[in-house]
Design a protein around this ligand. Structure first.
Ligand SMILES: [Zn+2]
Ligand SMILES: [Zn+2]
Length: 79
């Protein structure tokens, strides 16, 4: 098992099979997880694949194509 950290050290990641994706990292310092202190790269946005509610067919957020993280539904209307 490999142990990775973000640049500021606030976020940690234990690699167990799947390596961290460039969209996974720390929201504090905005860097990805890396093995070495100089290996950090700027976080890139998730790339969600739209999901739809099984019953209503309504858009229901998405799942990131890279890290498979569930992304909450984005509010389309401006507040
Ligand atoms: Zn950080
Ligand atoms: Zn992602």
């Amino acid at each position: 098992m490999n142990y990775l950290r973000c640049k500021c050290g606030a976020a940690e990641y234990f690699e167990s099979g799947m390596p961290p994706q460039p969209c996974q990292g720390c929201s504090e310092c905005g860097t990805t997880y890396a093995y070495a202190p100089d290996g950090h790269k700027p976080l890139i946005p998730h790339d969600p694949k739209p999901q739809f509610d099984r019953n209503t067919g309504e858009p229901d957020g998405g799942i990131c194509k890279r890290c498979f993280r569930r992304i909450k539904r984005v509010q389309s209307e401006a507040a």
